[in-house]
Write a protein that binds this ligand. Structure first.
Ligand SMILES: Cc1cc2nc3c(=O)[nH]c(=O)nc-3n(C[C@H](O)[C@H](O)[C@H](O)COP(=O)(O)OP(=O)(O)OC[C@H]3O[C@@H](n4cnc5c(N)ncnc54)[C@H](O)[C@@H]3O)c2cc1C
Length: 379
């Protein structure tokens, strides 16, 4: 299929794809089993300039187009969903600094991201506030030229490895979600500790942490955007990050589909290859069609962002919703094609099914995506 990619986009896709085949696919089962973040892989990706595709040229990057990022995330996720999401979250928190940061903040952090010296994270969710992000409790109280942060963030991807985390906190409780502010919090800031690491069903090569703020002093120059803008910054980033999760879902599904096709041409039952059974053929055909449909929604949403289109909420939500439901279906069907062996850890498809599940949950659950889409439709 021709996706009419630009030359640079094809280069990104091919570079990431080759790397995944050589370096990630051979180790993914071990990372999953050991619940291990592959620090060496991420260092290596930095040396190969992978992070430059999410940073503008003015700050040492190669441009920060959504399409290139989506292609990179898709390829990484074809190999391993955990590595895909680590890259995706690094990209989106970085995007927060690109879109809302002042010049000093951009100069301080973006070249470091481009060089692979720091990773970034985005801390919105809390133990008591997930879908209802307007109800977060982490507070930031002004004291002189500092803000004192107190509270707990939950399920933060890259939490333990991020050099900087964008943290949304309440600065004016009277104003509800209009009283939230975004802060750039550096690793090692006194009063900021990384809490427990989640023992997850899937994407086990990624790190997910609780973050604890206990009298954490953040200088006021670390406010991202302006006071009171935090909730809107979070929504603006979610509009974009959902495209990345859609890309992750497409990548995971492609990985499972490739395995299913291969296996169907090797496994024999009743004296013939299982690929000769129409039941298997139809399953593969439906999987392929679903992947293509999701891929086009993801690419189209990324193009909308790159073209400067203002309305990106619905395309991003549709891409994430459709792609993640598709990935759950495709990975489940891949397990079915493998029969009993699909249920065994000897083959990679059970891991892909576990990896796919979270794409229906984070960056807003799929119930919330439907709420978002419907509320725009009915406006
Ligand atoms: C592995 C992982 C990584 C994550 N990474 C990050 C991260 O980097 N940064 C971050 O800030 N967060 C992160 N999250 C948090 C994630 O975004 C939330 O888990 C998600 O938004 C859902 O919130 P919740 O878990 O509190 O579920 P809840 O909001 O408690 O939802 C429970 C159920 O109720 C449904 N529900 C809730 N409200 C409604 C409604 N109005 N209408 C219909 N149904 C509803 C939900 O769809 C869901 O089925 C991560 C989560 C996971 C699991």
């Amino acid at each position: 299929m021709n996706y009419f990619l630009k030359e640079k986009e094809e280069m990104v896709r091919d570079l990431f794809s080759d790397y995944v085949n050589k370096r990630i696919i051979p180790i993914r089962a071990e990372l999953d089993e050991k619940d291990q973040f592959p620090a060496d892989i991420f260092t290596e990706m930095g040396k190969q300039d992978f992070y430059r595709i999410v940073v503008p040229e003015a700050y040492g990057g190669l441009g920060d187009e959504s399409m290139s990022a989506a292609l990179g995330i898709e390829e990484l996720s074809r190999g391993d969903g955990g590595i895909g999401v680590t890259f995706a979250v690094n990209a989106i928190a970085t995007k927060g600094i690109i879109l809302y940061g002042n010049e000093a903040q951009k100069k301080k952090y973006l070249p470091a991201v481009a060089d692979g010296k720091i990773y970034t994270a985005f801390g919105l969710s809390e133990p008591g506030a997930g879908s209802d992000a307007g109800s977060i409790k982490t507070k930031a109280v002004k004291k002189g030229d500092k803000y004192i942060l107190d509270g707990v963030k939950q399920f933060i991807t890259n939490g333990a490895i991020a050099g900087v985390t964008l943290v949304i906190a309440v600065t004016d409780p009277e104003k509800g979600h209009r009283g939230q502010t975004a802060f750039i919090v550096e690793q090692g800031t006194p009063g900021f500790t990384v809490g427990k690491s989640e023992d997850k069903m899937g994407i086990r090569s990624s790190v997910t942490n609780q973050l604890i703020f206990d009298g954490c002093e953040v200088p006021q120059e670390n406010i991202l955007g302006s006071p009171g803008q935090g909730f809107y910054i979070a929504l603006g980033l979610l509009d974009r990050s959902r495209i990345g999760i859609g890309a992750q879902a497409v990548g995971i599904a492609r990985g499972a589909f490739d395995e299913a096709v291969k296996y169907s041409k090797e496994r024999e039952q009743f004296g013939q290859l299982i690929s000769s059974f129409q039941a298997i053929q139809f399953m593969l055909a439906d999987m392929a069609a679903g992947i293509e449909a999701a891929r086009l929604l993801v690419y189209q949403a990324a193009r909308q962002v790159d073209s400067g289109e203002k309305e990106i909420t619905v395309p991003g939500a549709m891409a994430k919703l459709f792609a993640s439901d598709m990935a759950m279906q495709v990975t489940t069907d891949a397990v079915q094609v493998f029969g009993g062996y699909g249920y065994s850890k000897e083959y990679p498809v059970e891991k892909m099914m576990r990896d796919a599940k979270v794409t229906q949950i984070y960056e807003g659950t799929n119930q919330i995506q439907r709420v978002v889409i419907a509320s725009k439709l009915l406006k």
